[in-house]
Ligand binder design. Structure first.
Ligand SMILES: [Zn+2]
Length: 97
């Protein structure tokens, strides 16, 4: 594997775990405990929040420039769940302070 210096922040094993489970999470396939685990992680992890924000921006951009974006497309249903999850995470983050 080639190492690049300009890596994204998502190198944290905990973050990778979250990303690996994100689609299952968004599909509602994880149990309550794993959902909590993911939400708590995101709420306390700026790179993950940034990731979700970026993902959301990608969705919006690819909608405007249909077929031209480098971002993966996401069904509206999934986007809505993502937004919901993200806002929940932010809410928990606010409550924690
Ligand atoms: Zn993270």
């Amino acid at each position: 594997m080639t190492e690049h210096k300009h890596q994204h922040n998502q190198k944290d094993p905990a973050c990778l775990e979250v990303f690996a489970k994100l689609s299952e999470y968004l599909d509602g396939e994880l149990d309550r405990l794993e959902c909590d685990h993911i939400e708590e992680h995101i709420a306390d992890c700026p790179p993950c929040v940034e990731f979700l924000r970026g993902l959301k921006r990608c969705v919006e951009t690819s909608r405007e420039f249909e077929g031209q974006g480098n971002c993966p497309k996401m069904p509206p249903e999934m986007e809505e769940k993502l937004r919901e999850a993200w806002q929940n995470a932010l809410k928990r983050r606010e409550n924690a302070h």
